[in-house]
Design a protein around this ligand. Structure first.
Ligand code: NAD
Ligand code: DAU
Length: 348
């Protein structure tokens, strides 16, 4: 089996690639990634010499390159993670999100459809998506697989659109697909523009912790390796044409999470209790900021037997330790282009 994983040099993708390469020696895993600011081959150094792993540098918006790759390797399965993934960047440059998340996805769907030409036995196109497509919840309730799509940011609108195209190809061309919509991931290798790694990095450097608005926004956090295990199960066991919500059963208001992180970091860095909390700075809110995300993950639990295995306490410890032990990684990814983004995003 030739399996294409897109976006495998990014945060979640690198964990999915590692799981598949190590677990399935009978598969050849092709990791296609454009190596944008968010993609980093350092994430996969340990796999470089594995015989069942090949990295391909390429952009999913490049239709010719995508068609050439599909004709050459005839991928039996696609696990599609490549995306522009940061909401704040989507507010500044929506078109970049349409290009990669919508057009890039359509290029992959077309290439997959064209090589198999309706002979889809044993084939699967798996789209990795987000709970943000459902929009926002109020103080109560959970997103289920039948919640209506109601995206509020350019990022979530582009992911919603790509989900719709995947489903449309399933209906129109009988292309076999599955989609999963996951809540907020955290863990090693996450680019430090997202809340948890950004704040760990800032605490390490005694920089302000920019909490948007009043900090009373809620997210449902899942350890990234648990997401990768869910992806494995969905890819192998899910009924085609189905959608699965994946979540951590783990809701936190941002400000409570930030305070917990501050306490843990004070401990790890042997700083006086309360030192890091003093860095908390309330800043201008994110436009269109979704109040609350929370996932009802009972379908994947009941049908595929998946549930999170790592508690938040444990996952946060592992995550903090990883960043403290990988300062070189942080230095590499936070230099250059990222520094310019940071200065602009958090300008007073
Ligand atoms: P990420 O930003 O860390 O990584 C994205 C990867 O895609 C990078 O390696 C980047 O180089 C690559 N990429 C970007 N544009 C590309 C292009 N045009 N062609 C080829 N490669 C390109 O993202 P992530 O957080 O790992 O998210 C991965 C996927 O999971 C995304 O589809 C995202 O929407 C989805 N998702 C993320 C979360 C989360 O909490 N991070 C939650 C649910 C779903
Ligand atoms: O829910 C899944 C989604 O989770 C994924 O689809 C996205 O790819 C991923 O980026 C994430 O989106 P969020 O917008 O929820 O994640 P982020 O880490 O950017 O923000 C988490 C919360 O923290 C959110 O309420 C905004 C807030 N925040 C974020 C940053 C970067 C701050 O208060 N300050 C900040 O500086």
């Amino acid at each position: 089996m030739n399996i294409l994983i897109t976006g495998g040099a990014g945060f979640i993708g690198s964990h999915v690639v590692r799981l598949f390469v190590k677990k399935y020696s009978g598969y050849h895993i092709f990791n296609l990634d454009a190596l944008t600011y968010a993609g980093n081959l350092e994430n996969l150094k340990d796999l470089e010499n594995r015989p069942n792993y090949t990295f391909i540098k390429g952009d999913i918006t490049d239709e010719n390159h995508i068609n050439t790759l599909f004709n050459k390797y005839r991928f039996d399965g696609v696990i599609h993670l490549a995306a522009e993934s940061h909401v704040d960047r989507s507010i500044k440059d929506p078109l970049a999100f349409v290009k990669t998340n919508v057009i890039g996805t359509i290029n992959l769907l077309n290439a997959f459809k064209n090589i198999w030409n309706e002979d889809y036995k044993g084939k699967l196109f798996y789209h990795i998506s987000t709970d943000e497509v459902y929009g926002t919840l109020g103080e109560t309730g959970l997103f289920t697989e039948t919640s209506s799509y109601d995206p509020n940011s350019p990022y979530s609108a582009s992911k919603a659109s790509s989900d719709h195209f995947v489903r449309a190809y399933g209906e129109t061309y009988k292309l076999p697909y599955v989609i999963s919509n996951c809540s907020n991931n955290y863990g090693p290798n996450q680019f430090p523009e997202k809340l948890i790694p950004l704040f760990i990095n800032n605490i390490m450097n005694s920089k302000p912790l920019p909490v948007y608005g009043d900090g009373n926004y809620t997210r449902d956090w899942l350890y990234v390796k648990d997401h990768a295990k869910a992806v494995d199960l969905v890819f192998h066991k899910a009924e085609h044409g189905e959608t699965y919500n994946i979540g951590g059963f783990n809701e936190w208001k941002n400000i409570d999470l930030v305070r917990l992180l501050c306490q843990k970091m004070d401990d790890k860095l042997e700083r006086h209790e309360g030192t890091s909390e003093k860095l908390i700075t309330y800043v201008k809110d994110r436009p269109g900021h979704d109040l609350r995300y929370a996932i009802d993950a009972s379908k994947i639990k009941e049908e595929l037997g998946w549930e999170p295995s790592v508690t938040f306490e444990e996952g946060l410890e592992k995550t903090i330790d990883w960043y403290l032990n990988n300062k070189d990684w942080l230095d590499h990814v936070t230099s250059g282009e990222y520094q310019a983004y940071y200065d602009k995003q958090y300008a007073k």
